[in-house]
Write a protein that binds this ligand. Structure first.
Ligand code: FAD
Ligand code: NAD
Length: 467
């Protein structure tokens, strides 16, 4: 058998690659991880999940203070002012702490960080920063980058037309921010700048926001964001942008065609999706091809069509989510070390971390019906949940979708201040094959937002108590 420098080499140290590398090392494999960024943690820790949540949290505090919402609790404030530099410093601190933490975990677990861009020489040989290394198994975990919009050129340094990375780093609050794309990034980062004082207009190509989520969530989202002051232009596409001085002028058209109009902004955020990172990776040298969406197809064990090469995370099909990449990282390490591993792709929760949060797991009502399933639905409004009512969080509801024949939970969708935390319970229940009755007869602590989930499950049987 050939001798290799490593048992396994991960390319990319995002949630897929760094978690996979740590798991592989824990399982006794000699492991390396190539990463070209200056810090570990990938998109998620450096320019994604973590900095966006830091700004969402901080901007929520500011909006609470500046909007007078704290007055009812007897918190009297004088003139409230924003120190954006302090907020950005807090964000940078969170990123530094967490990316540094991964470096510590690599050392602790003896994962070797190969610093630099990796490129395949052959299926078992990779060049990183001019040095060639070999591995018995190579796992591609190179993640994704922003999808460009033709005619709308991003320049994060100028800060006028930006992508998510630029929108996380603005040093001023725009007067008018136009967000192109009413998906997760657009609504999260649009919320940040709206709370900090910008007028925000969201331009979405489709007739609804948040593609992929349950239809009821998508309908409700537009109402909620409009109520928060955002201007939402659905069924509209941006066909071009011209920057003059510190302003951009966008050309908009109805998605179905029609008369064009223009819109001025001093900041434009392009957030129309992300695409897999494969440029410069040398996949042509190993005969690895991409599917029609530019992704690497794999089998259940994450093997690609090339022997010895596997792939995980944003670079393969499925939702582009950090926790999906992490679970695939653990599974691929376990497949390599032991021959078995598991990720249940049918039960991957998704959360939009706005206020309220939008969350769901499993099938949407539409997908369940499209699959020919007969469903029973139970819904319960947060308005009737004692904790949400006490906290002045009236928006939202919980919706449980169960199989009409077996009562098995097929999915659940919710809008609530802590929906991202509540959805974990449904994911676990679904993993255990729970019925809606199982959730309904599980004792939930009072007063908690989670009681709304119990009541929605009771509503599947037609018997909620508090409504
Ligand atoms: P990545 O995290 O993209 O990591 C890939 C790494 O590979 C990168 O560091 C890159 O530098 C490196 N790399 C690429 N090519 C090479 C090469 N040839 N050689 C060496 N290194 C290479 N998901 C959530 O679940 N929750 C959230 O709240 C959330 N918020 C987000 C907010 C924003 C603004 C963005 C942009 C994304 C967010 N995501 C969120 C998505 C999440 O960041 C991704 O799904 C996740 O990071 C994917 O992990 P990954 O390991 O596949 O790839
Ligand atoms: P997205 O797919 O969520 O949304 C993109 C939106 O842009 C869609 O609604 C789409 O219809 C719209 N669009 C596409 N072309 C358009 C055009 N020309 N004009 C107007 N609208 C257009 O993508 P995103 O928001 O860029 O996020 C990328 C990925 O990052 C997502 O897959 C998401 O899973 C991940 N992410 C997750 C979180 C989270 O989990 N909280 C947060 C941020 C990002």
């Amino acid at each position: 058998m050939a001798d290799y420098d490593y048992d396994v080499l991960f390319i990319g140290a995002g949630p897929g690659g760094y978690v996979g590398a740590i798991r592989a090392a824990q399982l006794g494999l000699k492991t390396a991880c190539a990463e070209s960024r200056e810090t570990l943690g990938g998109t998620c820790l450096n320019v994604g999940c973590i900095p966006s949540k830091a700004l969402l949290h901080g901007s929520e505090k500011f909006a609470e203070a500046a909007g007078g919402a704290l007055a009812r609790y007897g918190v009297k404030l004088g003139k409230v002012e924003l120190d954006l530099a302090a907020l950005q410093a807090d964000k940078a601190d969170a990123v530094k702490g967490l990316t540094g933490g991964i470096e510590y975990l690599f050392k602790k677990n003896k994962v070797e960080w190969l610093k630099g861009r990796a490129s395949f020489v052959d299926a078992h040989t990779v060049e990183v920063a001019g040095k060639t290394v070999t591995a018995k198994e190579v796992v591609i975990a190179t993640g994704s980058s922003v999808t460009p919009l033709p005619g709308v050129e991003v320049d994060n340094d100028k800060g006028i037309i930006v992508d998510s990375t630029g929108a996380l780093a603005l040093d001023r609050v725009p007067e008018h921010m136009v967000v192109i794309g009413g998906g997760v990034i657009g609504l999260e980062l649009g919320s940040v700048w709206s709370r900090l004082g910008a007028k925000v207009t969201v331009v979405e190509f489709l007739d609804q926001l948040l593609p992929g989520m349950d239809g009821d969530i998508r309908k409700e989202a537009a109402k909620i964001f409009k109520k928060q002051g955002m201007d939402i232009k659905l069924g509209t596409k941006v066909t071009g942008a011209a920057v003059k001085g510190k302003k951009a002028t966008l050309t908009l058209e109805p998605a179905k065609g029609g008369e064009a109009q223009t819109l001025e902004a001093d900041c434009v955020l392009v957030a129309i999706g992300r695409r897999p990172n494969v440029e410069g990776l040398g996949i042509d040298r190993i005969g690895l091809s991409l599917n029609a969406r530019g992704q690497i197809d794999t089998g259940h064990d994450f093997r690609t069509s090339v022997d010895g090469v596997r792939a995980i995370g944003d670079v393969i099909p499925g939702p582009m989510l950090a926790h999906k990449a992490e679970d695939e990282g653990i599974a691929v390490a376990e497949y390599i070390a032991t021959g078995t591993g598991i990720v249940n792709h049918a039960v991957i929760p998704g959360v939009v971390y706005t206020m309220p949060e939008f969350a769901g797991v499993g099938l949407t009502e539409e997908a369940a019906k499209d699959a020919g399933l007969e469903v029973k639905i139970g819904k319960f409004p947060m308005m009737a949940n004692s904790r949400a009512k006490t906290n002045h969080e009236p928006d939202g509801w919980v919706k449980v979708i169960a199989d009409a024949r077996t009562d098995r939970v097929l999915g659940a969708w919710m809008i609530a201040s802590v929906a991202g935390t509540m959805v974990a319970q449904v994911a676990q229940a679904m993993e255990f094959g729970a019925t809606s009755e199982d959730i309904a007869y599980t004792c939930h602590a009072h007063p908690t937002h989670s009681e709304a989930l119990k009541e929605a499950a009771m509503a599947v049987q037609g018997k909620p108590i508090h409504i």
